[in-house]
Design a protein around this ligand. Structure first.
Ligand code: CTP
Length: 399
């Protein structure tokens, strides 16, 4: 169940072309079980309709400070909210919020709340980079407002640059992370995550692989990004994580080199990838033909990346491994924790009905080299990611 379930969320929508994406955000919040109260500015109506939100949200859209039913709608909205999200936020909204100029229902509600606030700005690159806007952002961040950074990409009118609204899934992810109380606790850290299963070529068309889809690793990378870290993802699967540095790899050897290179200045390294332990000793440069009979494929071991990281680990780096097990979960995981000199090992029953490869849910035990033992019962891979990241962030020594 999402942490948004049963929460009262005020969804503020201001007048930018990205307002149409707020419809998707509204839908996702409602699907997650939140009670959504939409508050639209006058400007937003140039881009989307009030009726759309009336139909999708949990209550009728509000727009005015002056209504007959309720003389002070902003205080009711502000006081009863568990969370306020402004999506998209224009340069004007940022300026009004910063100065406390409560000129309409949305800005008045923002001033009248003690709930956490998530703001997702969207504007043209020139506006986003303007010192006035950046100054407003800096002040809001200092006051504890959670800013969902805009992305690079195609903007209204065909321009390309920074300023595009974050994806609706990212905005909701921020909201969940803020409600879980994590905020930006990984800000200033470099987190390296490996994800997916490696593919070891047999010939130009065939490979030895495994059933990993990379979901748990990517969820950890997403959690780290949301919580403010600089993130490098070394992955064998496609990665859609704006803001992360992505290093695509295929084989264990490529992953070894990429992870070791990225790890040199990392605060946290998470080896979530399912790395092949063996690879074909020789790779055919032409496709093996059936007519040549059943091939004998001799295997040779690959390098153990986690163990290599464990050997060269700086004292202030937190190294996290996974243990994919089908039997004796705790004992096998504890042995790997020690053998590979990791700080944490996430033991994962890959044979469970709803856990392990390909599922969106997982259940793990997080064992620490310090003797800690934390069970995370069946939940989303995103929540498991937050638990793993929290355990790692707690262990990073203060700078
Ligand atoms: N790992 C690695 N390099 C390898 C094999 C595994 O870095 N060549 C890492 C995985 O990313 C994971 C941890 O080691 O974080 C444990 O992987 P797992 O497959 O559970 O265990 P193995 O060490 O391969 O042992 P076994 O297959 O015998 O269980």
């Amino acid at each position: 169940m999402s942490v948004l379930a049963g929460k009262r969320v005020v969804l503020g929508v201001t007048g930018g072309i990205a307002a149409y994406k707020a419809v998707d955000v509204c839908r996702r919040l409602v699907d997650a079980g939140a009670h959504v109260a939409p508050v639209l500015t006058k400007g937003s109506l140039h881009f989307i309709g009030k009726t759309t939100f009336d139909a999708l949200a949990s209550e009728t859209t509000q727009m005015s400070l002056w209504t007959e039913e309720s003389p002070i709608p902003h205080t009711r909205l502000g006081q009863t909210a568990d969370l306020i999200i402004v999506c998209p936020a224009t340069a004007r909204l940022l300026s009004d919020y910063r100065t406390g100029r409560s000129a309409d229902l949305l800005t008045a509600t923002l001033i009248a709340t003690r709930a956490p606030v998530v703001v997702a700005p969207a504007m043209h690159t020139e506006m986003w980079e303007h010192p006035a806007v950046q100054d407003n952002i800096a002040v809001l961040v200092e006051r504890g407002v959670h800013i969902v950074p805009p992305e690079e990409g195609r903007l209204a009118g065909g321009d390309i640059g920074k300023g595009r609204l974050a994806q609706p899934a990212t905005v909701v992810d921020y909201a969940e992370s803020v409600l879980r109380g994590h905020g930006r606790d990984a800000a200033g850290l470099h987190v390296v995550v490996s994800a997916g299963g490696t593919r070891e070529p047999i010939d130009p068309v065939r490979f030895l692989g495994n059933r990993s889809t990379g979901k748990q690793g990517l969820a950890i990378a997403r959690a780290a990004l949301t919580r403010g870290a600089a993130v490098t993802v070394v992955a064998t699967v496609p990665v859609d994580l704006p803001g992360a540095t992505v290093v695509p790899v295929a084989t264990a050897a490529e992953m070894h080199d990429a992870v070791l290179a990225a790890a040199t200045d990392a605060d946290i390294v998470v080896m979530a990838a399912a790395v092949a332990d063996f690879r074909p000793a020789t790779v055919g440069d032409q496709k093996l033909k059936k007519r040549d009979g059943t091939p004998d494929i001799a295997l040779e071991p690959t390098a153990d990346i986690l163990a290599a990281l464990g050997q060269i680990k700086p004292s202030d780096q937190v190294l996290v491994g996974f243990a994919a097990e089908t039997t004796d979960l705790r004992a096998n995981a504890a042995a790997k924790l020690q053998a590979k000199n990791a700080d944490l090992i996430v033991a994962n029953d890959v044979a469970g009905a709803k856990t392990g490869f390909g599922h969106d849910t997982n259940a793990v035990v997080i064992l620490g080299a310090d003797g800690s033992d934390e069970s995370v019962s069946l939940t989303s891979k995103r929540e498991v990611a937050d638990a793993v990241l929290s355990a790692a962030v707690r262990r990073v020594p203060p700078a």
